[in-house]
Design a protein around this ligand. Structure first.
Ligand code: SF4
Ligand code: MSK
Length: 656
């Protein structure tokens, strides 16, 4: 920072490790990161922020103001806001589809014998998925069965008929499918839905905001399908996660190791890099290091954490900062949530940034093109680059904040059922429903989503986790929200002692005692269910709860919260949560407030139609009250409906 330049408040995080790096950097005044760029960006455009700026045709940009209440073409504010919103859903769905399609393609190559480094690591998962899809395994070997699963996955991606998509039909309760049919929002396929949005939002097509929003919700369901396929296929290829204990935050960087940060989303390459990093210890030792250490950022980090126990380096917002310790030798990235800013920061150090996907490049970075046919070779190339970078820095000074926390992750749906099954082997999910029915638990909350500098980094998520735990809420988490818990010491058993209310503590005591011969560590305060695509796992839990209670999802005391939603993927996930019947808190008000109509659909009308609804609340204290209120409303209704059904010996009311 040059002399005399105005001092800016760049301390927009509560993560002590991130703050330490920010403060050291401010003192030296060398490197610009997102924390400074956000402040420099103020004030941001209010037309964009409220969603009333249209750039869909070349007559724009058109902004809705008091003077000009319609676009040049006559588009109302509500049309512009709705179009912008659902294009974001299409963007999110497209990103997840990109990830999922890559898994499909790799399995296709594996079955053709053209991806020799991949194999079916989890045949049991393959059989579970096949069984769910209604496929018989009789007389088929695993590859034949996988081929049939793949045919269904490809169909859900591309078909244009109105048959229900398999990954929707077989993973949600039948009452949800009826709602989707009644409202005509059953997606034909993932690709078709994205294409329909781009077509219907083209200049001069759909101007009806309600119709547009329904199209958006249809595409959000397509997103759910793509995500669920990604989770299932990843488990088949790399194994279904089981509980695993490791550490999180910058203190995991070991200056004596060759340090590799894996960043992005797709496990196809990061899994290979982690495996090769272990194999290439002797090469690292020859360079003067103790070995090669991989650490994760964002969701590729979550993928290798869940399956391989790879330590968590940090989450989305602080992705540039580990480089500034001077001890990260290489950052390898695949797709999504990679700030281009990492390259400029890396240029100030010895760190090499390596891109790996043909459609996700950063100018000036190394590029090691990933191919399914030569995955191990490509992974070794990346590790070799890291070892070379280590040689350049090994005698240089580094500055690593000594902050890290133990965490236990790896809670796939299967792992959750195993933990609960130690208490009730026949009906594992009943362990949760009984605890809610008895008042021991107030419900279940999923923390999901990103970080966003519009609110202080990690602050809202950490507050809500502590506050809800105190109020006996069972907490699961995914994505960068899970990263918040991991980095700040909220994803271990000690946090249960420190923050859980009496009911939650008693619930944990029962689980821990039943699992004492099975688990190495007591259970953590927050159950890490995986990456962003693994929100599918969290929704499987919701479905399981609904099935156990014998109700549709809008009766289930389950709330989703994205305290720092940022990406288009988060918009899409939030939308399918609502469509699938879940109240969804968003801690950063999205760009819809420019239309009272669209805002009203999100906040109120959605509940009448789908049972789920949005809660916009940036203040974490108020958000905690609203989330608890949403849980209590559902628990109370469920109780009243059950008592009434018992009294009059009738079916449980289907309404919500
Ligand atoms: Fe303006 Fe209409 Fe074109 Fe949008 S589509 S930029 S509102 S003229
Ligand atoms: S990485 S989409 S910032 S969760 Fe999945 Fe994190 Fe959000 Fe990216």
């Amino acid at each position: 920072m040059s002399e005399g330049k105005k001092k800016i408040d760049n301390r927009r995080t509560i993560d002590p490790a991130a703050l330490s790096v920010i403060d050291t950097n401010s003192a030296n005044g060398q490197v610009e990161t997102a924390y400074e760029r956000y402040v420099n960006m103020q004030p941001q455009c209010n037309f964009g922020r409220t969603g009333v700026c249209c750039r869909i045709c070349l007559q724009g940009p058109c902004r809705i103001t008091k003077k000009s209440s319609k676009g040049v073409c006559g588009a109302h504010g509500y049309t512009i806001v709705a179009r912008n919103l659902i294009r974001a859903i299409a963007g999110g769905c497209g990103a997840h589809a990109d990830h999922s399609r890559h898994m499909i393609y790799t399995i296709h190559e594996l079955l053709e014998g053209k991806a020799p480094d991949y194999s079916i690591e989890d045949p049991e998962k393959l059989h579970r998925v096949a069984d769910r899809l209604g496929l018989s395994a009789d007389g088929k070997d695993d590859k034949e069965l996988l081929k049939e699963v793949l045919t269904h996955a490809e169909s859900d991606f591309t078909k244009i008929n109105e048959e229900p998509c398999k990954w929707l039909e077989t993973t949600v309760v039948p009452e949800r499918m009826k709602v989707f049919t009644d409202c005509n929002i059953q997606p034909r396929s993932v690709h078709t839905s994205i294409s329909e949005i781009m077509g219907s939002t083209h200049m001069g097509v759909d101007h009806d905001p309600v119709n547009l929003i329904f199209q958006g919700l249809k595409t959000s369901l397509a997103d759910y399908i793509g995500m669920h396929i990604a989770t299932d296929l990843s488990d088949i290829l790399f194994g279904t996660p089981k509980p695993v204990t490791t550490e999180a935050n910058f203190g995991v960087i070991d200056p004596d190791m060759v340090n590799i940060a894996v960043h992005g989303h797709n496990p196809l390459l990061s899994e290979m890099i982690v495996r090769q990093a272990r194999e290439m210890k002797s090469e690292a030792e020859a360079a003067g290091a103790k070995g090669v250490k991989c650490m994760g950022i964002c969701c590729t980090g979550n993928e290798v954490l869940m399956r391989q126990g790879v330590p968590v380096l940090t989450n989305f917002l602080s992705q540039e900062l580990p480089i500034m310790t001077g001890a990260v030798d290489l950052m390898v990235v695949d797709v999504q949530c990679i700030m281009p800013g990492v390259k400029a920061v890396a240029d100030c150090y010895h760190t090499r940034v390596v891109t790996t996907m043909s459609h996700s490049k950063i100018p000036g970075s190394y590029h090691v093109e990933f191919t399914e046919a030569r995955a191990v070779e490509k992974a070794r190339e990346v590790v070799t680059l890291a070892i070379e970078a280590f040689k350049e820095r090994k005698d240089k000074e580094v500055d690593i904040p000594e902050i890290k926390h133990k965490l236990t992750a790896g809670f796939s749906m299967e792992a959750m059922e195993e933990v609960l099954g130690a208490v009730n082997p026949e009906e594992p999910i009943k362990v949760i429903t009984d605890a809610v029915d008895s008042g021991q638990l107030r419900g279940v909350v999923l923390f999901a989503g990103c970080n966003n500098l519009r609110v202080p980094h990690d602050a809202s998520g950490a507050y809500l986790i502590k506050e809800l735990a105190k109020n006996n809420v069972l907490i699961v988490a995914t994505g960068c929200a899970a990263g918040t818990a991991a980095k700040l010491g909220l994803m271990n058993a000690e946090a249960v002692e420190e923050y859980a209310g009496e009911g939650l503590k008693a619930f944990y005591k029962t689980l821990n005692e039943a699992n004492k011969d099975k688990l190495k560590e007591d259970l953590p305060l927050v159950f890490h269910m995986g990456s962003c695509v693994d929100n599918s796992r969290a929704y499987d839990l919701t479905t399981a709860l609904a099935r156990q209670w014998g109700v549709d999802v809008p009766k289930v005391p389950f709330v989703a919260s994205a305290p720092e939603a940022m990406s288009e993927k988060a918009v899409s996930i939030g939308s399918w949560c609502v469509t699938l019947g879940v109240p969804t808190h968003v801690g950063v008000v999205p760009e819809v407030t420019g239309s009272a109509l669209v805002d009203g659909i999100a906040l109120q009308i959605a509940e009448d139609v789908y049972g789920g609804y949005f809660i916009w609340e940036e203040d974490p204290e108020k958000a905690a009250e609203k989330i608890l209120g949403a849980l209590d409303e559902r628990t109370w209704k469920l109780k009243v409906h059950k008592e009434t059904a018992e009294k009059f010996e009738t079916e449980l009311s289907a309404g919500w």
